[in-house]
Design a protein around this ligand. Structure first.
Ligand code: ATP
Length: 607
């Protein structure tokens, strides 16, 4: 019955294991190998070093036999000194080779990690926006940091350990058999006793490691969510400190329990191994003694000592090699996780025959566009409109009607489900992405500034811009005078995400940033949050001339912006329900009139 209890539990773990264990296919190994191939020369050096140092490491054991037989028992002092010096020299040689080996190893591991990390970053930065909105930030960071660092561990430890231990083992076995086969077999008989506890411990540790990884992702997620500036703000204003603390504490508790269990799984395993390994030498002395004493075998004391030392040398590698099973699975899982990220489709990328026109005019057309983030709900339905270059369109509509979604389709942050979006008459999916995005400037509702100076943030749009151009853009955006009043001017640090600036200032800086980029089409997602009337006026003064002079699409929440546009499109539940000028729409007395009465009219009253 006692078998059933743990049996049932282990059955559960096996299921889990089956679900999570990576299939070690030829393809997976070949793929891992492809990262090693550029460094084959260095690998050859490592391999040679491992072979040499493994052989040399066995030598002192063999010399010990000679020290006993030819030096001590034969009472030959000269020979004794010579053998001792030889043994020391061999050990030194083997260690020196070891240094070379570990240097080369680290070098290879660091270079492979470098390659993989860059590849991962490059791949992630090509992922569609939907990837970032739907995946957990903690997961992404774990992949970038611990999983890729894991690769380094695997190369410096796991792979090398497999190689050097296998070679040491083979050399030790050959040496043992060449001394005395009876004693060699006696020593080997003990070996299978290792496999039973190893297998069990291996399985348990594997499952625990996976669980720990999941909890680690969870902890990273909590930290990322709650210890960010906006996260903390949310926690504070909702008084959720205790709740978040408890959530964190719970995950942390789970983590330590898993860690303790994992470390104990390994500990029990080591107890058994060390007990078993002390039986081996004794058995050799016994069998060797019987052979010498009873059967007058020509074995010498030195031979038996050599065999015992070699056996000692063998257990280490066997032990490690059995342990390696766990490491190996972990390594494969690590690579599988990384590769699963590499394999995520980029979705939005350049068509093979992407078109890159010489110049951009800025005509935009939506033709029967349908779009949804997920299958449950269609966000945009049959959206059709045209914006000729030099003109402007204001998009208005209730919150959640799909306005931001609509503009995100233009620079291909997402692709349409049906229909098409064209830029200068060419489907955006056929255009070169870099060209497209270079020619579209967006001022988003949620202004994002990097932690750096105002200058750095502005130059992000155009690294080649001159100081005069930068200042001109800021003048147009109505922010130059403000910046000049700051003690450090353009070199003022904006703080984390630009939090040292007010909402209105950030917006004007982001307008200047887009102006510096000088795109053919300007998209302005007006913030819904109301600003004080001075900031409002400053922004208004910045936008109005832009609308006049540029092809622009404005998601408008303010009457003045709407009035400045050539045409107004009214979006409701993802459908264009009305379009026309302010006057026409007011006369129609539909959705726009309603919006006007609820949203825009109160603004006038406020002013
Ligand atoms: P607002 O004026 O409040 O900014 P909006 O008209 O710009 O609203 P969108 O942001 O386009 O509206 O959102 C339209 C709908 O799509 C909303 O119901 C929103 O919940 C949903 N939505 C937006 N982004 C995503 C996303 N990344 N994944 C799934 N659904 C989304």
């Amino acid at each position: 019955m006692s078998m059933r209890g743990p049996g049932g539990r282990s059955q559960f773990m096996t299921d889990e294991e089956k679900k999570n264990a990576p299939k070690v296919t030829k393809e997976l190994l070949a793929r891992i190998f492809s990262y090693l191939t550029p460094y084959w020369k260095q690998m050859a050096v490592v391999l040679t070093a491992i072979i040499c140092s493994s052989i040399l490491a066995i030598y002192p054991s063999i010399i010990t036999g000679k020290i006993i037989d030819e030096g001590l028992l034969a009472k030959d002092l000269n020979r004794l000194v010579y053998l001792i010096l030889l043994s020391l020299a061999v050990t030194l040689g083997s260690n020196l080779i070891g240094v070379l080996e570990s240097y080369m190893n680290t070098w290879i591991a660091q270079h492979i990690t470098f390659d993989m990390r860059n590849q991962m970053y490059e791949h992630l930065s090509r992922m569609p926006q939907s990837f970032f909105t739907s995946s957990n930030q903690g997961d992404i960071i774990t992949r970038m940091t611990s999983d890729i660092s894991g690769v380094q561990q695997i190369i410096t430890n796991t792979f090398t350990s497999i190689l050097s231990n296998s070679i040491t083992l083979i050399v030790a076995l050959v040496a043992m058999f060449s001394k005395n086969w009876v004693l060699a077999i006696t020593g080997i008989i003990i070996v299978p006793l290792f496999t039973i506890p190893t297998r069990k411990a291996g399985k348990t540790r594997w499952t625990l490691t996976r669980e720990a990884q999941a909890v680690n992702d969870q902890i990273n997620g909590i930290l990322n969510e709650t210890l960010s500036v906006s996260g903390q703000l949310l926690v504070k204003v909702f008084g959720m400190e205790k709740f978040e603390y408890r959530r964190y504490r719970k995950a942390n508790e789970k983590m330590i329990n898993l860690n303790i269990r994992e470390s104990m799984a390994g500990r029990w395993f080591r107890v058994v191994i060390s007990t078993v390994s002390s039986v081996g030498p004794m058995l050799l002395y016994l069998v060797g003694g019987i052979l010498m004493i009873r059967y007058n075998h020509d074995l010498t004391v030195g031979d038996i000592t050599v065999l015992v030392t070699l056996l000692g040398r063998m257990y280490g590698p066997v032990n490690s090699l059995l342990n390696i099973q766990v490491e190996w699975i972990r390594a494969m899982a690590n690579f599988t996780r990384i590769f699963s990220y590499y394999d995520m489709p980029v979705e939005i990328e350049n068509a093979p025959d992407a078109i890159r026109p010489e110049s951009a005019k800025g005509d935009i057309e939506f033709k029967n566009v349908y779009f949804r983030y997920n299958p449950e709900r269609m966000i945009l339905k049959d959206v059709t409109f045209r914006l000729d270059s030099g003109h402007s369109i204001a998009i208005v509509g209730p919150s959640g009607s799909g306005k931001s979604t609509l503009i995100n389709l233009i620079p291909r942050l997402y692709d349409v489900l049906e229909g098409s979006v064209t830029f200068d008459g060419i489907d955006v999916r056929k255009l070169d992405l870099e060209f497209l995005r270079k020619n579209i400037g967006i001022v988003t509702q949620d202004t994002y500034l990097f932690n750096g100076t105002i200058r750095e943030n502005l130059m992000y749009a155009n690294v080649h811009a001159s100081v005069a151009e930068m200042e001109e853009a800021c003048r147009k955006a109505n922010i130059h005078d403000y910046i000049m009043k700051l003690e450090k001017g353009y070199d003022t640090e904006v703080g984390n995400r630009g939090l040292k600036l007010s909402g209105g200032e950030k917006q004007r800086i982001s307008i200047a940033r887009v102006l510096l980029k000088n795109p053919a089409v300007m998209i302005f997602d007006e913030a819904t949050a109301s600003l004080d009337s001075i900031s409002e006026k400053a922004i208004q003064d910045a936008i109005d001339p832009l609308i006049e002079s540029r092809t622009s699409i404005l998601i408008a929440h303010r009457l003045s912006t709407i009035l400045a546009a050539d045409e107004i499109i009214v979006l409701k539940d993802g459908v264009i329900v009305e379009r026309g000028t302010h006057k026409e729409l007011m006369n129609a007395g539909g959705v726009y009139t309603e919006l006007y009465n609820t949203q825009f009219k109160p603004q006038i009253a406020e002013e």
